[in-house]
Design a protein around this ligand. Sequence first.
Ligand code: SF4
Length: 504
Amino acid sequence: MPGILFTHSYFYRFDAKQWKTRQPYPPYGTIYAAALMRSCGFDVHLFDTNLAQSADEILPVLENTRPDYLVIYDDGFNYLTKMCLTRMREAAFELAKYGKQHGCTVIVNSSDASDHCDLYLGQGADFVIPGEGEITLRELVMTLDGRQGAADGGQWAIPGIAYKHAASQPDSPPTVHRTAPRQVLNDLDSLPDPAWDLVDMAAYKDIWIRHHGFFSLNLATTRGCPYKCNWCAKPIYGNRYHSRSPERVAGEIEMLIERYGVHHFWMADDIFGLKPGWVQRFRDVVRQKNLVFEYKIQSRVDLLLKEDAIDALVDSGLREVWVGAESGSQKILDAMDKGTTLDQIRKATELLKRKGVNVCFFLQFGYLGETKADIEATLRMVEELRPHNIGISVSYPLPGTKFHEKVKNLLGDKQNWEVSNDLAMMYPATYSPAYYRRLHRLVHKRFRLRQGLDELQKIFARGNVNLLKASKLMYYAPAAIVDKWRLQRLERSGPGIKKPYANI
Ligand code: SF4
């Protein structure tokens, strides 16, 4: 039976900020593709890099399994892979090299490879599958393996692939050829459930239990997002929006609860429950099956305010929602084409909190045209609305976005972050890169300080207190003062610097 070794290019250990949180999630997109290939009769294995120390750990797996194909298939549902981090790109190149050394046909599907097919083909990949990958992968491997008659033009005519094309002149380098794009998959229920059995679940569970006291797994119920926030790249699933049925999702949750004893899920969709009536039906199915679990999602404030969305979400187990608040300045939200308002952020936050849901904000600094007043408006919003948690980034121009088009002529050599905490400003914003790094630290410290103060108030109000948060006051209070002082110094030297800050 022909063998396929699946792997992917994300290593938590290479990404200090993520590794520190000790919240690893299995590569959902990878095991989705693996399940489909297994259903076609291939002998499928997984080398999961998430918890590995280095790429060369794949070598014994290649020796033992002797696969015909090495498929480097990133988890396109996880936002970490969408950042196209250079540290992970280097790891993918190493994996491809090892695959070639072992005689494999190497196939790559990832956000970064979709944007830079030429780089991956230049590093040993035989084929890149840009965008949504499963159906193209099946057709490509079935054709290469002689299990399916090749269409006119053989594998070279299969829609949705990129490969190196020999030049007509002997001394010229090969060129990259991309075939016609593949139609997106409309019927997500036609795919088999992900191959969870390939995951070393004990290793994930051990990390979660040791550091958090509970275990969480990831799921995706949809693909794509139809909104057009102009900095958001969606190279894998694009601007469409397709959903699995609530019945299939609930069935997968039921299996995961029974098999792995997990009662918390991260729904990794870009936007959870956008399809009208979906969350209500999901709630009904969850009730019929008597499933007990909690989950967190990413959503939009405008969507959450629609009809009884929040009630249905809460009734089915929602405990935490991350929303792209982004900025406390309407001017900046409009410049981003975010399509939401400050009023919606406020209303959704208040409503969710009343229902006992933790509301967390994604925030972004350094967008084009953002002034000191806009930054202060964002700080005020955080202070007033008191989210449960915050995730701060600086504007990051990813290929294929309107935002990238606007700044591409200002970019320096560095066009990707090394790791997710890189936070480099890659074009000249209002202030220097050092300013935004300091701002990032200050906002976090002020936020933790505020949480500590709130905990202290609870001591007096109820005697019910999170001592850890309260004790952190001792650190965050003086640290925030120092950061504020440093930020003011950077602010004075900030505006007027014109060059790109490529390698700072
Ligand atoms: S709503 Fe979220 S996923 Fe959709 S375009 Fe905006 S940032 Fe991207």
